[in-house]
Write a protein that binds this ligand. Sequence first.
Ligand code: HEC
Ligand code: HEC
Ligand code: HEC
Ligand code: HEC
Ligand code: HEC
Ligand code: HEC
Ligand code: HEC
Length: 407
Amino acid sequence: MAFKVKNIFQWSIIGLVIVLMLLSLLGSVAVRAAIPAKIANELYLPVILERMIDYIVLGWNDLGMHCYDRDYSTLTVLPPYNNLYAQVIKRGDPPQLITAGIKVTYSFPDNTYSVGKTNFWDYAAKIFGGSLSPNIGLAGKGLAGEMDLVADHFVAQGVPVTEFSDSSPTTPQYFQLAQMIVTDLATENGLSQTNIVAPISSEMRCDVCHNSPSPTNFRMNILQKHDEEEGTPLVNQALSGNPVLCANCHADPALGMAGTPGLPSLSAAMHGKHAEETSNCYACHPGPLTKCLRDVMSTQFGLTCVSCHLGGMVMLSSRTRTPWVDLPRCGNCHDTAHEENAGKLYKQSTGHGGLYCEACHNSTHAITPSREARDNIQAMVFQGSAGPIGNCTVCHLTTPATGGPHQ
Ligand code: HEC
Ligand code: HEC
Ligand code: HEC
Ligand code: HEC
Ligand code: HEC
Ligand code: HEC
Ligand code: HEC
């Protein structure tokens, strides 16, 4: 073949644009077959794809699944709070991570509001203090907006998205699609865009066990059990109109709350108390319907929660481990060429070219190729196959003779 790699890449992008245009204009069955139907249906039509030749944006969500309570009238374990990340690469020989002269915006084309899908905003001020505008999350971000530049990447912290799309607000879709667009500040031209999953679920099935004897309202049932065991006044607090925030007493690093000294962390308390009741992680973590674990290791190699979270409920009950920090590491099982940076979590680590591990692999529990087609869209669009982004010419104009993501 006489094509240079660069040309093949350009042709594949141009081909994709044409396919997408045809898809939208004609809805042709024949053309639709060119892109796996499942993924074609998930794509929001790019406004600016032709410019992707010069720039690439890689986006991701930092957790494999975020869970939240949905009904905040009685108690709160966790608020709606997804974190979106992006890095922008100027293609070249060598490619360059860029941050200057651009902005990155995010939105959820089919999920533009959360008020009414959860009652969070009716209680947020009472639970967390301060005042919070409707549809704005605890860190000031809404369901669309501009991401903040932090060192070598862009972040939207605490996006209060729910699992209920605008188009079907009563049917959960746990893998919500965010769209990210990079714009040149000087020319206002779009430079690149991507679609990534913000995983979100309120499927914590406390209700399965906490429904008898009375009260059958599972949240009140939980508070009553707690009062009976610990002599706390939580039922009265909730009845007086002040929902209970567990992290006020039990330390929760996820919320940055230190809790009451001497009490177990929320994680240690919850896993410890329930260790004799169940060892099924999906009893509380989302869940039998959500199935938040969808990564390549679970789908192709049979790994389960406790393959990585060794020791399960008992390990998690330890009052000496630090929850949200003492977590499994890729390096526990993979070699040193494929491990996290020293002292950093997977989500905080960077590898080849200063790119975050998650930029190429997606988040924990969603390591590509993922069971969910939506998780694979970014890799499909940029390199034509699911799985870690490893095609050199996604970022390099020509294939380097040596090196590579883990060389
Ligand atoms: C598999 C069943 C099961 C599930 C699921 C479950 N619980 Fe429990 N929980 C229990 C049992 C049984 C008790 C103990 C009741 C007793 O001692 O009378 C309990 C006790 C509690 C207590 C009282 C702890 C104490 O000793 O002060 C709290 C608080 C609690 N659960 C919260 C929750 C929350 C929150 C969830 C969901 C995230 C949940 N539970 C899910 C079975 C379950
Ligand atoms: C006002 C403070 C306070 C609040 C609020 C609170 N707890 Fe507790 N909790 C305690 C105390 C005190 C204990 C007893 C701790 C001990 O045994 O060392 C306890 C114990 C527990 C235990 C049992 C731990 C064990 O190992 O037996 C669980 C589970 C628990 N809390 C869950 C929750 C949940 C879930 C919430 C929110 C719905 C919550 N707590 C809110 C004070 C609180
Ligand atoms: C009875 C309910 C329940 C069950 C069962 C449960 N968890 Fe959890 N887990 C929770 C809650 C509630 C939190 C959130 C605590 C917080 O916000 O800090 C949590 C947090 C976590 C965390 C993050 C915090 C940390 O300690 O690092 C991990 C990891 C975790 N669970 C793993 C597991 C695994 C693995 C299993 C199955 C072996 C499991 N959990 C079973 C309720 C449960
Ligand atoms: C292939 C290994 C692996 C499997 C399987 C796995 N986890 Fe994890 N889990 C991890 C790693 C690694 C982290 C830490 C992520 C980081 O460092 O950023 C983590 C973190 C977590 C956290 C903290 C929040 C987060 O996303 O960082 C929770 C909660 C959790 N796991 C629960 C589970 C549950 C429940 C299952 C089964 C349904 C499960 N995990 C299966 C490797 C795994
Ligand atoms: C409990 C051990 C364990 C942990 C922890 C773990 N892995 Fe794996 N991983 C495996 C096993 C086993 C396989 C199967 C193939 C093999 O043996 O390499 C695998 C396969 C993979 C593959 C697919 C390779 C292929 O051949 O397709 C990728 C990608 C991967 N892991 C990434 C990660 C990342 C990223 C992390 C950390 C977030 C991680 N793994 C944590 C055990 C683990
Ligand atoms: C530029 C993209 C890129 C970045 C950044 C990246 N990886 Fe990878 N990773 C890949 C590709 C491509 C593969 C598959 C080919 C290979 O194994 O080298 C892979 C494979 C892996 C595997 C599976 C190895 C096996 O046994 O098959 C693990 C584990 C892994 N990476 C962990 C990490 C960790 C941890 C980081 C961050 C410190 C990271 N990766 C950063 C692209 C990347
Ligand atoms: C997702 C984007 C991405 C992918 C895919 C990628 N690289 Fe890179 N690579 C970079 C970035 C960014 C740099 C940093 C350039 C710099 O500033 O030094 C880099 C640097 C390099 C360098 C050192 C600088 C240079 O160009 O001499 C080599 C060699 C390299 N990559 C080889 C490869 C090879 C071989 C592959 C495919 C197997 C590959 N890369 C895949 C983004 C990528």
